[in-house]
Design a protein around this ligand. Sequence first.
Ligand code: KG4
Ligand code: ZN
Length: 357
Amino acid sequence: MLCLGIETSCDETALALVRDGEPAGSVLVSQADIHTLFGGVVPELASREHCRYIGPLFDELVRRSGIKPGEIDVVSVARGPGLLGSLLVGVAFAKALALGLEAKFLGVNHLHAHLLAAGIEHDFDFPVLGLLVSGGHTHLYRIQGITDFKQMGKTLDDAAGEAFDKVGKMLGLPYPCGGIMNALAVAGAADPHLFPRPCVRNDSLDFSFSGLKTAALNFLGRYPELLESARHIESPAQAPDILKNFCASFNLAVVDTICAKTHRALDACPDLHTLLFAGGVASNTLLREDLSELMRGREGRALSPSPALCTDNAVMIAYAAWLLAEKKFRHSLRMESIPRGRPIPNDMIAEKRRGAA
Ligand code: KG4
Ligand code: ZN
């Protein structure tokens, strides 16, 4: 079965093919260069860029992978959560393509797709604990199966990636800031007492990173030389120690907080021995090390997609669609895009399997 995946939920326009569960080609254009001029994603610009790129990218994918469009069995698309204008571009394109190619149509939950992508490179059985750490979301799920995600915890304010982006923006670093802050942190020495571990002294599984962001802002206010030091960085390793140590301390506070909540979620579900973690922040060096160690200590496994599949991409959409289509799920062309903050309805159509009553 050949599945096309389309991803336009934020600022990446991406299309990919998955054939029988194996990636079979992908193309991606990032708009980071445009949005960095404004210090964050500008929704109107994002939608326009998606419109500009989506058609040519489809042609490019077909050309590079050597398939004929008529071979596509399933056209899938990230239906949400995300920026509504951006989602609408991908969804409208996907519906038109499915209609024209007489292919099945599937709308995929972008958050679930991030976590299910761990299955591209790893074997595991459900149930598992899922930790999604991206620019817009920090969620803990108990995952019973590909359509059964029970949310155990969520962020009450900023997501983990958003905290990196906002503190990086205060430093004047280019958006998105998580990758560069990670590189500076790796080269620095963390002071574990510099920043608080927000929201850990309670029994909740929810996250809150806005207090940590404010603590970082207050610290920057007291040390203006830090801001000055971030002006001209040739390379992270050669950046001034004051900047590297600040990033290492902030990074440690975020990672410690995520690990504390993950530990607590596992204590609440002693039957879970596998952790899936994904989303842009899942490519963070310290987070990967600490979650692996945490799971080793519990005689379990921490599995994550490789870094290129952690940030937004269309392979994860096509792969999730393949898993769903294998179970005979599809959507009608009436399916709606769902913006961030609204629950995604369970409105897939389950086709009767041959021979089933
Ligand atoms: O999953 P993603 O590509 O997009 C969303 O769905 O939000 O995540 C992007 C986020 C950004 O906030 C970016 O700063 C952060 O992931 N990020 C990182 C790293 N790489 C990307 N944060 C920490 N460490 C990294 N290495
Ligand atoms: Zn994402």
